[in-house]
Unconditional design. Sequence first.
Length: 132
Amino acid sequence: MLQTTIAQISQIAKIFSKFDRKDSSSIKSVQELFSVTMSNLAYLKANFCGISRSITRFETVGMQLCDAINNVKQTESELWRVQGEVTNKVNAKLQSVLERNPGYSPCVKFLIFYVEMKQNWAEMNKDFLPTI
């Protein structure tokens, strides 16, 4: 969807770029606006398309709880790598949403516990497994 929007705005910007800036202050203003808009859209596309992919993954029917939590954690990780003022706001909003969900934190703690126990169990049992 974002790529379609960028393509559409880009086409409109190309039309306005053909006008002479000297003919009207409105043309100059629109050209400057499109320049800023294209920069902002490029920033969004480069840094926040992961959110769209994450939402698409959540649409999977029958997703396991651990997969859903991993999806959230992966999205969080991707967002923390992005720089900029917008990112700070997006991260704050994500944290706010997660904190308002009372079941999220216990599920994450259980998942961490489960993974650690599974790894420990595998380590303990590797000595007892027959070698072939």
